[in-house]
Design a protein around this ligand. Sequence first.
Ligand SMILES: [Zn+2]
Length: 312
Amino acid sequence: MIRYGQGIFAVDAEYLRAGMAAIHLVVEKGRVALVDAGTSHSVPLVLGALGELGLARENVEFVILTHVHLDHAGGAGAMMAAFPNARLVVHPRGARHMIDPGKLIEGASAVYGADEVRKLYGEILPVPADRVVEATHQLELDLAGRKLVCLDTPGHAKHHICVVDTQTGHVFTGDTFGICLRELDWEGKQFVFPTTTPVQFDPAAMHASIDLVMSYQPDAVYLTHFGQVREVAAKAAELHRLIDAQVAVALQEAEADPGRHSRIKEGLARLLINAIRAHGTDLSDEQLRALLAVDLELNAQGLGVWLDSRAR
Ligand SMILES: [Zn+2]
Protein backbone atom coordinates (compact mmCIF):
# COMPACT_ATOMS: atom_id res chain seq x y z
CA MET A 1 0.00 0.00 0.00
CA ILE A 2 1.27 3.47 -0.92
CA ARG A 3 0.46 6.27 1.56
CA TYR A 4 0.16 9.65 -0.15
CA GLY A 5 -1.01 11.53 2.95
CA GLN A 6 -4.26 13.43 3.60
CA GLY A 7 -6.16 10.16 3.76
CA ILE A 8 -5.27 9.02 0.25
CA PHE A 9 -3.78 5.59 -0.43
CA ALA A 10 -3.12 3.29 -3.38
CA VAL A 11 -3.40 -0.49 -3.35
CA ASP A 12 -1.87 -2.44 -6.21
CA ALA A 13 -4.69 -4.42 -7.85
CA GLU A 14 -2.02 -6.85 -9.14
CA TYR A 15 -3.64 -6.87 -12.58
CA LEU A 16 -1.23 -8.48 -15.09
CA ARG A 17 1.79 -7.30 -13.07
CA ALA A 18 2.71 -5.08 -10.14
CA GLY A 19 2.45 -1.37 -10.92
CA MET A 20 -0.14 -1.82 -13.67
CA ALA A 21 -3.48 -0.95 -12.05
CA ALA A 22 -4.21 0.85 -8.79
CA ILE A 23 -7.21 0.92 -6.50
CA HIS A 24 -7.20 4.24 -4.67
CA LEU A 25 -8.63 4.69 -1.19
CA VAL A 26 -9.91 7.91 0.32
CA VAL A 27 -10.28 7.59 4.09
CA GLU A 28 -12.10 10.17 6.18
CA LYS A 29 -12.93 9.66 9.88
CA GLY A 30 -12.74 5.91 9.38
CA ARG A 31 -15.10 5.92 6.39
CA VAL A 32 -13.69 4.67 3.09
CA ALA A 33 -14.28 5.32 -0.60
CA LEU A 34 -12.55 3.15 -3.18
CA VAL A 35 -11.82 4.62 -6.59
CA ASP A 36 -11.81 1.75 -9.09
CA ALA A 37 -12.16 -1.87 -8.16
CA GLY A 38 -9.43 -3.80 -9.97
CA THR A 39 -10.51 -7.41 -10.49
CA SER A 40 -12.22 -10.02 -8.35
CA HIS A 41 -8.71 -11.21 -7.44
CA SER A 42 -8.04 -7.78 -5.85
CA VAL A 43 -10.56 -8.18 -2.99
CA PRO A 44 -8.10 -9.74 -0.48
CA LEU A 45 -5.57 -7.01 -1.31
CA VAL A 46 -8.09 -4.29 -0.37
CA LEU A 47 -9.11 -6.22 2.76
CA GLY A 48 -5.41 -6.40 3.70
CA ALA A 49 -5.03 -2.65 3.23
CA LEU A 50 -8.12 -1.98 5.37
CA GLY A 51 -6.65 -4.25 8.05
CA GLU A 52 -3.40 -2.26 8.01
CA LEU A 53 -5.46 0.89 8.54
CA GLY A 54 -7.37 -0.74 11.41
CA LEU A 55 -10.62 -0.56 9.45
CA ALA A 56 -13.33 -3.17 8.92
CA ARG A 57 -15.08 -4.14 5.69
CA GLU A 58 -18.21 -2.41 7.05
CA ASN A 59 -16.39 0.95 6.86
CA VAL A 60 -16.42 1.05 3.06
CA GLU A 61 -19.19 3.45 1.96
CA PHE A 62 -18.49 3.90 -1.73
CA VAL A 63 -16.97 1.85 -4.51
CA ILE A 64 -16.55 4.40 -7.30
CA LEU A 65 -15.79 3.21 -10.83
CA THR A 66 -14.09 5.70 -13.15
CA HIS A 67 -15.46 3.61 -16.03
CA VAL A 68 -16.56 0.06 -16.73
CA HIS A 69 -13.52 -1.30 -18.59
CA LEU A 70 -12.72 -4.55 -16.83
CA ASP A 71 -9.31 -3.58 -15.43
CA HIS A 72 -11.24 -0.94 -13.45
CA ALA A 73 -14.62 -2.58 -12.92
CA GLY A 74 -14.05 -6.35 -13.15
CA GLY A 75 -13.88 -6.55 -9.36
CA ALA A 76 -16.89 -4.34 -8.67
CA GLY A 77 -19.36 -7.14 -7.98
CA ALA A 78 -16.90 -9.01 -5.76
CA MET A 79 -16.11 -5.78 -3.88
CA MET A 80 -19.81 -5.11 -3.32
CA ALA A 81 -20.21 -8.64 -1.96
CA ALA A 82 -17.24 -8.05 0.36
CA PHE A 83 -18.35 -4.59 1.59
CA PRO A 84 -21.94 -4.89 2.86
CA ASN A 85 -22.51 -1.15 3.42
CA ALA A 86 -21.03 0.08 0.16
CA ARG A 87 -22.86 1.71 -2.71
CA LEU A 88 -21.50 1.42 -6.23
CA VAL A 89 -21.02 4.78 -7.97
CA VAL A 90 -20.82 4.57 -11.75
CA HIS A 91 -21.55 6.69 -14.84
CA PRO A 92 -25.21 6.44 -15.96
CA ARG A 93 -24.01 4.79 -19.20
CA GLY A 94 -22.12 2.13 -17.20
CA ALA A 95 -24.71 1.31 -14.54
CA ARG A 96 -26.67 -1.34 -16.45
CA HIS A 97 -23.43 -3.17 -17.33
CA MET A 98 -22.65 -3.53 -13.65
CA ILE A 99 -26.17 -4.73 -12.78
CA ASP A 100 -25.94 -7.26 -15.62
CA PRO A 101 -22.31 -7.76 -16.62
CA GLY A 102 -23.19 -10.29 -19.35
CA LYS A 103 -22.33 -7.89 -22.20
CA LEU A 104 -18.97 -6.97 -20.68
CA ILE A 105 -18.05 -10.62 -20.15
CA GLU A 106 -19.20 -11.46 -23.68
CA GLY A 107 -17.19 -8.60 -25.18
CA ALA A 108 -14.03 -9.50 -23.29
CA SER A 109 -14.48 -13.21 -24.04
CA ALA A 110 -14.75 -12.43 -27.77
CA VAL A 111 -11.33 -10.75 -27.60
CA TYR A 112 -9.45 -12.91 -25.09
CA GLY A 113 -11.45 -16.15 -24.78
CA ALA A 114 -13.63 -17.17 -21.83
CA ASP A 115 -10.85 -19.01 -19.95
CA GLU A 116 -8.48 -16.08 -20.16
CA VAL A 117 -11.21 -13.67 -18.99
CA ARG A 118 -11.82 -15.86 -15.93
CA LYS A 119 -8.08 -15.98 -15.24
CA LEU A 120 -7.62 -12.21 -15.67
CA TYR A 121 -10.68 -10.94 -13.80
CA GLY A 122 -11.98 -13.84 -11.71
CA GLU A 123 -15.73 -14.27 -11.51
CA ILE A 124 -17.44 -11.05 -12.63
CA LEU A 125 -20.45 -10.79 -10.31
CA PRO A 126 -23.58 -8.68 -10.91
CA VAL A 127 -24.28 -5.76 -8.56
CA PRO A 128 -27.80 -5.46 -7.06
CA ALA A 129 -29.56 -2.54 -8.75
CA ASP A 130 -30.64 -0.98 -5.43
CA ARG A 131 -26.98 -0.54 -4.44
CA VAL A 132 -26.04 1.39 -7.61
CA VAL A 133 -25.77 5.19 -7.64
CA GLU A 134 -25.63 6.82 -11.07
CA ALA A 135 -22.88 9.43 -11.13
CA THR A 136 -24.42 12.31 -13.02
CA HIS A 137 -22.17 15.30 -13.75
CA GLN A 138 -21.34 17.25 -10.55
CA LEU A 139 -22.92 14.62 -8.28
CA GLU A 140 -21.58 15.16 -4.75
CA LEU A 141 -20.79 12.19 -2.53
CA ASP A 142 -20.50 12.81 1.20
CA LEU A 143 -17.74 10.73 2.80
CA ALA A 144 -18.07 11.62 6.50
CA GLY A 145 -18.31 15.29 5.53
CA ARG A 146 -15.56 15.10 2.88
CA LYS A 147 -17.19 15.99 -0.43
CA LEU A 148 -16.24 13.99 -3.51
CA VAL A 149 -17.53 15.45 -6.77
CA CYS A 150 -18.08 13.32 -9.88
CA LEU A 151 -17.30 14.84 -13.29
CA ASP A 152 -18.51 13.54 -16.64
CA THR A 153 -15.24 13.07 -18.59
CA PRO A 154 -15.70 11.35 -21.96
CA GLY A 155 -12.78 10.88 -24.36
CA HIS A 156 -11.32 7.56 -23.22
CA ALA A 157 -14.84 6.13 -22.90
CA LYS A 158 -18.32 7.64 -22.92
CA HIS A 159 -18.94 6.06 -19.50
CA HIS A 160 -15.97 7.76 -17.81
CA ILE A 161 -16.02 9.94 -14.70
CA CYS A 162 -13.28 11.68 -12.74
CA VAL A 163 -13.63 12.39 -9.01
CA VAL A 164 -12.58 15.65 -7.32
CA ASP A 165 -11.64 15.40 -3.65
CA THR A 166 -12.71 18.85 -2.48
CA GLN A 167 -10.66 18.55 0.73
CA THR A 168 -7.30 18.38 -1.09
CA GLY A 169 -8.35 19.67 -4.52
CA HIS A 170 -6.78 16.51 -5.95
CA VAL A 171 -8.53 14.60 -8.74
CA PHE A 172 -8.85 10.84 -9.39
CA THR A 173 -8.64 10.63 -13.14
CA GLY A 174 -9.05 6.96 -14.10
CA ASP A 175 -7.70 6.84 -17.68
CA THR A 176 -8.64 10.42 -18.66
CA PHE A 177 -5.21 11.74 -17.70
CA GLY A 178 -3.39 8.96 -19.54
CA ILE A 179 -0.92 6.41 -18.26
CA CYS A 180 2.16 6.99 -16.11
CA LEU A 181 4.50 4.02 -15.70
CA ARG A 182 6.95 3.96 -12.80
CA GLU A 183 9.58 2.40 -15.10
CA LEU A 184 9.63 5.69 -17.04
CA ASP A 185 10.33 7.92 -14.01
CA TRP A 186 13.58 9.80 -14.63
CA GLU A 187 15.43 12.04 -12.16
CA GLY A 188 12.30 12.37 -10.05
CA LYS A 189 10.13 13.29 -13.03
CA GLN A 190 7.16 11.33 -14.33
CA PHE A 191 6.15 10.70 -17.94
CA VAL A 192 2.50 10.51 -18.98
CA PHE A 193 1.03 9.51 -22.32
CA PRO A 194 -2.58 9.30 -23.53
CA THR A 195 -4.57 6.12 -23.87
CA THR A 196 -6.61 5.83 -27.08
CA THR A 197 -7.89 2.28 -26.51
CA PRO A 198 -11.03 0.90 -28.25
CA VAL A 199 -13.87 1.50 -28.80
CA GLN A 200 -14.90 5.03 -27.80
CA PHE A 201 -11.72 7.13 -28.11
CA ASP A 202 -12.75 10.68 -28.99
CA PRO A 203 -9.87 13.17 -29.21
CA ALA A 204 -11.97 16.35 -28.92
CA ALA A 205 -13.77 14.99 -25.87
CA MET A 206 -10.48 13.88 -24.30
CA HIS A 207 -8.96 17.36 -24.74
CA ALA A 208 -12.08 18.90 -23.17
CA SER A 209 -12.07 16.45 -20.25
CA ILE A 210 -8.41 17.18 -19.49
CA ASP A 211 -9.26 20.91 -19.53
CA LEU A 212 -12.17 20.25 -17.17
CA VAL A 213 -9.86 18.44 -14.73
CA MET A 214 -7.33 21.31 -15.02
CA SER A 215 -10.05 23.89 -14.26
CA TYR A 216 -9.82 22.59 -10.66
CA GLN A 217 -6.05 23.40 -10.68
CA PRO A 218 -5.15 20.17 -8.86
CA ASP A 219 -1.73 19.87 -7.16
CA ALA A 220 -1.95 16.14 -7.75
CA VAL A 221 -3.95 13.70 -9.81
CA TYR A 222 -4.24 9.93 -9.29
CA LEU A 223 -4.11 7.69 -12.34
CA THR A 224 -5.39 4.14 -12.23
CA HIS A 225 -2.25 3.30 -14.25
CA PHE A 226 -0.56 4.15 -11.83
CA GLY A 227 -0.78 6.33 -8.75
CA GLN A 228 -0.06 9.93 -7.88
CA VAL A 229 1.18 12.37 -10.56
CA ARG A 230 2.50 15.84 -9.63
CA GLU A 231 3.41 18.92 -11.74
CA VAL A 232 0.00 18.44 -13.26
CA ALA A 233 -0.10 21.48 -15.58
CA ALA A 234 3.05 20.41 -17.43
CA LYS A 235 1.67 16.88 -17.76
CA ALA A 236 -1.62 18.21 -19.15
CA ALA A 237 0.26 20.18 -21.81
CA GLU A 238 2.23 17.06 -22.78
CA LEU A 239 -1.00 15.01 -22.94
CA HIS A 240 -2.66 17.58 -25.22
CA ARG A 241 0.41 17.50 -27.49
CA LEU A 242 0.60 13.70 -27.59
CA ILE A 243 -3.15 13.26 -28.26
CA ASP A 244 -2.79 15.44 -31.35
CA ALA A 245 0.42 13.67 -32.37
CA GLN A 246 -1.16 10.20 -31.98
CA VAL A 247 -4.17 11.31 -34.01
CA ALA A 248 -1.79 12.71 -36.65
CA VAL A 249 -0.07 9.31 -36.90
CA ALA A 250 -3.47 7.66 -37.43
CA LEU A 251 -4.53 10.20 -40.07
CA GLN A 252 -1.24 9.82 -41.90
CA GLU A 253 -1.77 6.05 -42.17
CA ALA A 254 -5.53 6.23 -42.73
CA GLU A 255 -5.29 5.09 -46.36
CA ALA A 256 -2.60 2.44 -45.82
CA ASP A 257 -4.05 -0.82 -47.04
CA PRO A 258 -3.05 -3.45 -46.14
CA GLY A 259 -0.99 -2.86 -43.03
CA ARG A 260 -2.77 0.17 -41.57
CA HIS A 261 -2.76 -1.25 -38.04
CA SER A 262 0.90 -2.22 -38.00
CA ARG A 263 1.92 1.12 -39.54
CA ILE A 264 -0.05 3.06 -36.92
CA LYS A 265 1.51 0.93 -34.21
CA GLU A 266 5.00 1.59 -35.55
CA GLY A 267 4.28 5.31 -35.82
CA LEU A 268 3.06 5.38 -32.21
CA ALA A 269 6.16 3.47 -31.07
CA ARG A 270 8.47 6.04 -32.71
CA LEU A 271 6.44 8.96 -31.36
CA LEU A 272 6.46 7.68 -27.78
CA ILE A 273 10.09 6.55 -27.82
CA ASN A 274 11.11 10.03 -29.03
CA ALA A 275 9.01 11.66 -26.32
CA ILE A 276 10.48 9.35 -23.66
CA ARG A 277 14.05 10.08 -24.90
CA ALA A 278 13.33 13.81 -24.61
CA HIS A 279 12.02 13.20 -21.06
CA GLY A 280 15.09 11.11 -20.16
CA THR A 281 15.57 7.35 -19.81
CA ASP A 282 18.35 4.80 -19.69
CA LEU A 283 16.21 2.08 -21.26
CA SER A 284 17.08 0.87 -24.77
CA ASP A 285 14.59 1.10 -27.64
CA GLU A 286 14.02 -2.66 -27.30
CA GLN A 287 13.27 -2.32 -23.58
CA LEU A 288 10.88 0.57 -24.25
CA ARG A 289 9.08 -1.36 -26.98
CA ALA A 290 8.67 -4.32 -24.62
CA LEU A 291 7.43 -2.10 -21.78
CA LEU A 292 4.94 -0.32 -24.05
CA ALA A 293 3.89 -3.35 -26.10
CA VAL A 294 0.38 -3.76 -24.67
CA ASP A 295 -0.38 -0.03 -24.74
CA LEU A 296 0.94 0.39 -28.31
CA GLU A 297 -1.25 -2.47 -29.50
CA LEU A 298 -4.38 -1.16 -27.76
CA ASN A 299 -3.75 2.48 -28.69
CA ALA A 300 -3.29 1.51 -32.35
CA GLN A 301 -6.50 -0.57 -32.24
CA GLY A 302 -8.42 2.33 -30.71
CA LEU A 303 -7.14 4.78 -33.33
CA GLY A 304 -8.22 2.33 -36.04
CA VAL A 305 -11.74 2.19 -34.60
CA TRP A 306 -11.74 6.00 -34.42
CA LEU A 307 -10.66 6.30 -38.09
CA ASP A 308 -13.45 3.95 -39.13
CA SER A 309 -16.06 5.79 -37.06
CA ARG A 310 -15.06 9.06 -38.80
CA ALA A 311 -15.47 7.47 -42.21
CA ARG A 312 -19.07 6.53 -41.49
ZN1 LIG B 1 -7.56 1.29 -17.75
